[in-house]
Design a protein around this ligand. Structure first.
Ligand code: WQD
Length: 338
């Protein structure tokens, strides 16, 4: 039984490949390295001691997808591949729609042609837009405020329509909250190409001297200390959630949206303080105006993941801060990483 992992050398994809290999699955992986590096392939092998088939391919090229499916016996797909920077999506919406939507349609059409009808889709809490209440359940009304989020919601809608047309599909939409951390080995971490805009990469850039301070976007929110509250989840917990999702779609044909979060919110200042204490570093901050589109609080109701997947996040912000720092330290030391 082979699992096809699209975007498998990315931050969440690579950690998920490690967990799947360690759970005994055979993998076929493809990536176009738009937001990752070829060296991640060797790191996955180093961590697990296991190999897998890799294709340097782009889901924009349907012929390459046909080749992958014709050369391998694929039982299900975990679909990570896609652009994911909110700010960039506002500047380049057509690039996001072309890549994320057309690429996904190419993938789904190829899956149908080869009668592969099981997919775990990498969705996002961004589909909740500005939530009416927290913690957020999967029944929360969906609304999006940027092109990136709109591609996630559109793909969810495409998958919902696909299931209505043919309920022999098995589909799970995993809605990630805020993934952070790195592999405890230090070999895998969030290493985005270009300028990161998420909080933890910015904290790391400040801790490693790439910037002299971190701008805290808004300290006048109605929260514990005025700064934004988010549900940070360790990427290892997220990866394990995907293994549980695969186990379910191999035995149940339906479509389910499931939150992957810890159910606990932390403010920006709480995360920065924890990071400083855990790693014995200083992260200077400067308060700046609120970032357009940001919400005050966003954290998950995790009951459905527990009931349907038998999954619950195990790691806390201490491990998230420790593992993020260690992995970036290793990356900095091996900075000739290609
Ligand atoms: C977290 C908090 C910021 C940077 C985004 C995407 C979402 C998902 C996760 C893919 C907020 C504050 C941040 C900085 C700051 N990605 N912040 N200074 O916006 O919750 O979610 O990433 O699926 O789709 O929208 O994450 O890390 O950008 O921000 O003060 O330099 O940190 O205001 O309160 P966000 P984030």
């Amino acid at each position: 039984m082979s699992i096809l992992v699209t975007g498998g050398t990315g931050f969440i994809g690579s950690h998920t490949c490690v967990e799947l290999l360690e759970a005994g699955y055979d993998l076929v992986v493809f990536d176009n390295f738009a937001n990752s590096k070829p060296s991640v392939i060797d790191k996955i092998v180093d961590i697990t001691g296991k190999g897998f088939k890799f294709y340097h391919a782009d889901m924009a090229d349907k012929n390459s997808l046909e080749r992958i499916f014709s050369e391998n016996d694929i039982d299900c797909v975990i679909h990570f591949a896609g652009y994911k920077a909110v700010g960039e999506s506002v500047e380049k919406p057509l690039m996001y729609y072309q890549n994320n939507i057309t690429g996904t349609l190419n993938l789904l059409e190829t899956m149908s042609e080869y009668n592969v009808k099981r997919i775990v889709f990498s969705s996002s809490a961004t589909v909740y837009g500005i939530p009416k209440s927290v913690p957020i359940t999967e029944d929360e009304p969906l609304s999006v405020t940027n092109p990136y989020g709109r591609t996630k919601l559109m793909i969810e809608d495409i998958l919902r329509d696909l299931y209505v047309s043919d309920n022999s599909w098995a589909i799970i939409l995993l809605r990630y909250f805020n993934p952070v951390g790195g592999h405890p080995s230090g070999l895998l971490c969030e290493d985005p190409n270009g300028i990161p805009n998420n909080l933890m990469p910015r904290i790391l850039d400040t801790a490693f001297g790439k910037q002299d301070k971190i701008n805290v976007f808004g300290n006048d929110y109605p929260t514990v200390d005025g700064t934004g509250v988010r549900d940070y989840i360790h990427v290892l917990d997220l990866a394990k959630g995907h293994v549980k999702a695969v186990e379910r779609i191999m035995r149940v044909n339906d479509i389910q949206a499931i939150n992957l979060g810890t159910g606990r919110g932390y403010s920006v200042l709480e995360l920065i303080k924890t990071f400083e204490e855990v790693n014995n570093v200083k992260v200077p901050v400067e308060f700046a105006p609120r970032r357009p589109g940001d919400v005050a609080e966003c954290y998950a109701d995790t009951r459905k993941a527990s009931e349907m997947l038998g999954w619950k996040a195990q790691l806390g912000v201490t491990e998230m801060c420790r593992d993020s720092y260690r992995a970036r330290l290793m990356l900095e030391h091996g900075s000739d990483d290609k």
